[in-house]
Design a protein around this ligand. Sequence first.
Ligand SMILES: Cc1cc2nc3c(=O)[nH]c(=O)nc-3n(C[C@H](O)[C@H](O)[C@H](O)COP(=O)(O)O)c2cc1C
Length: 366
Amino acid sequence: MQFREIKIGRHTLKYPIIQGGMGVGISWSQLAGAVSLAGALGVISAIGTGYYHSRAFVAKQQFGRPAEAEQFYNRKAVFEIFKDARKICGDKPLGANILYAINDYPRVFRDCCEAGADIIITGAGLPMNMPEYAADFPNVALVPIVSSPKALRLIAKRWEQRYKRIPDAIVLEGPLSGGHQGFTYEQCLDESYRLENLIKPVVLEAKSISDNIPVFAAGGIWTRDDIVRFMELGASGAQIGTRFIGTYECDVPQTFKDLLIGCKEGDIELLHSPVGYPARGIRTNLVNLIDKRQGPIVRCVSNCVIPCKRGVKAKSVGYCIADRLGDAAEGNLETGLFFSGSNGYRIDRLISVNDLIKKLVYGEDS
Ligand SMILES: Cc1cc2nc3c(=O)[nH]c(=O)nc-3n(C[C@H](O)[C@H](O)[C@H](O)COP(=O)(O)O)c2cc1C
C-alpha cells in the first residue's frame, strides 16, 4: 500500500500521519516543526505553555509555578512556540492540541489560531462548541478526538444543527495510547474496546455524516505495518505519540528520553489522574510515593483543568497534574510524572524525526 497525501480541511499533508500533541513540553517547537517539515502533521501542545523556556514568559509565579490558568496557558509563550516552529517548517501545515477540559479553552483556542495554527485537535471531553470559537478563523480545520461512534455522532449532530459545520477529520484514540484515556479502567482492559474493534464502527459513522471525514487511528501504533493494518480496516491514516518522544528533536529533556529507553513493558501502567480519566504512564518512584500518600505537597497554583475543581480532585488522587507534568517537562526525575503509550518500552535509542517518518512511510529498514 502506498501512502498518499491527504486533505484536512483546506490543508494538505504529504503523508497521512499526525504526531499526537503531548503536554507538558513534549511536542513544542522543535518536535512539531521537524514533523511538519518532514511531511506529516506536527502538533504543538497548548498545555502548560507557561513552562516554555524555563517559564521565561510567565509574568506571575507562585512556588515556582505559573500562577492561574492565564499564566499556565501562556499566550506569549504560545506565540513564541509557533514562531520557533515556523522557523523550522515554514508554511507547512502545523497543528495545535488543546484539551477541552482545560480552564480558559475559548481563550487558548483563539491564542493558538492567532499564533498560526492551521488545524486544532481537541480531546478530553466532547468539544460541542468548538466551531463557535473558530468562527473568526475560517481556514482553521477542526479535529475532535473520539473513542466511540456515539461520541462522533453527538458532536457531528450538534455541529451541523448549531454551526452548519462538520469535523474536518477525526482522531479515534484506543486504550493503548499514552496519557489520558477516553475510557474507564475496566474498558481499557476489555477486548471489545480495542482499537481494532472500534475502527470500523467509527469509520462507518464518519461516512454516514460525509464522504470527506478522514479518520486517524491512534493508540499503540508503532510501525508502518500497524498503520497499514488500520488503513485496511478503514482508517485514512494514523496519529502517533509515544514513538516521537524517541527522537533527537523531541522537546523534553534527555532525562525523560533516557527514562523511556530504560523502561520495561511492565513499568508502563494505567494511573489515576485528577482529570478524572485513567492515564497511562511510567511507574517511577514518584508513583510509588503517591500510592503511599507520600508525594509532593498538593496545592492548586495553576488552576489547570475544570474537573479537578481547583485542587479538590488532586487532593483525593494524591497529586497535582499541572505541577507533576511541569516537573517532567523540566526533566525532574524525582517529582515529574512521565506519560507513555503501552509500547513506550520499545524505544531503545534516539533517531531523527526524518528517519522516523521514513520508517513509518517506507518500513523499518529504510
Ligand atoms: C507523554 C504524552 C503526553 C500526551 N499528552 C496529550 C495531550 O496533552 N493532549 C492529547 O490530546 N493527547 C495527549 N497524548 C496522547 C497522544 O497525543 C497520542 O494520541 C497517543 O499517545 C497515541 O498513542 P501512542 O502514544 O501509543 O502512539 C499524550 C501522550 C503521551 C505519550
